[in-house]
Design a protein around this ligand. Structure first.
Ligand code: F3S
Length: 278
């Protein structure tokens, strides 16, 4: 089977940076999974003895704690600072930006609207920076805005870094129709756009498309949904063991892309396996 890679795929700047930090601090542990990729987390554990805390209470005196790429809630960070532990912040700078915007704008009396997934660790972290927790709202769809009562007549909005800009524009349009003052911050990350645009183009020209990444990674799931729009035979896998030969029956060209947390060695294993299919 012939394979064509997307012109942009895989690790983004923030993930590369977090992994480099983790490799520098062997025998440390991360607060929450460092990135959304279990295989890479396992590699860091095996090769660099980087462990994982599930709870703040797991942190012991003199531990080295690495803060995950997606960030953690403000009060958790505050609590860690009260402990006798070394804190290494691997939060992606593009995630720190919306945290700081929310802090500043809510401090200036703006109601806060976050476009994102309320259950995502990044969004929970960003939300936690609002001065007034009663006036920070999270929506995934424009119609979710109907039920929201903002406490102020001025609104500031940020987006989860991996969200689609088209949907953000719909949300911003709705806000502007109903409110006098809306401050819009485009906090969506370019790395996501670049991988998405390349996946969109490639999925138009191939017979089957393989998206590699964590099944709980929001940017990988988005890549998959973009590919499905153009190529119904698009599959999301975490590694080469999940490939199914039936997907490639009567197909000539297979496109491959990967989410922003997928390491090159996993991508290479998948490509090798697909190329070996007759
Ligand atoms: Fe950061 Fe963008 Fe990656 S926000 S973690 S560089 S997808």
């Amino acid at each position: 089977m012939k394979v064509k890679l997307a012109s942009n795929y895989g690790f983004c700047f923030g993930v590369k940076r977090a992994i480099k930090i983790a490799e520098e601090y062997d025998n440390s542990a991360t607060m929450g999974p460092l990135i959304h990729n279990q295989d890479e987390i396992n590699r860091l554990k095996n090769d660099f003895k980087v462990g994982l805390y599930n709870n703040l209470s797991d942190v012991k005196d003199n531990d080295t704690v690495i803060i995950r790429t997606h960030g953690i809630p403000k009060n958790d960070l505050k609590h860690l600072r009260t402990l006798n532990a070394k804190i290494i912040n691997a939060t992606c700078p593009f995630v720190t930006t919306p945290q700081q915007i929310v802090k500043k704008m809510s401090g200036e009396g703006y109601s806060i609207l976050i476009f994102g997934d309320a259950d995502h660790p990044e969004v929970k972290g960003v939300q936690s920076y609002a001065e007034n927790q009663d006036d920070v709202h999270i929506v995934l769809e424009p119609h979710d805005l109907k039920n929201i009562i903002f406490k102020n007549n001025k609104i500031a909005t940020v987006a989860q870094t991996t969200k689609k800009k088209e949907k953000y524009l719909e949300i911003v349009n709705y806000l502007i129709l109903k409110n006098k003052e809306v401050r819009v911050f485009n906090t969506i990350c370019d790395a996501t756009f670049e991988n998405q645009d390349a996946a969109r183009e490639l999925s138009k020209e191939v017979d089957v498309m393989i998206v590699i990444g964590g099944k709980n990674s929001s940017n990988t799931k988005q890549l998959h949904s973009i590919c499905l729009e153009n190529c119904p035979d698009s599959y999301l896998i975490e590694n080469q063991t999940e490939l199914d030969n039936h997907w490639f029956l009567n197909k000539k060209l297979c496109g491959v892309t990967a989410g922003a947390s997928t390491p090159d060695w996993i991508i290479q294993q998948v490509v090798d396996k697909i190329e070996s299919i007759n």
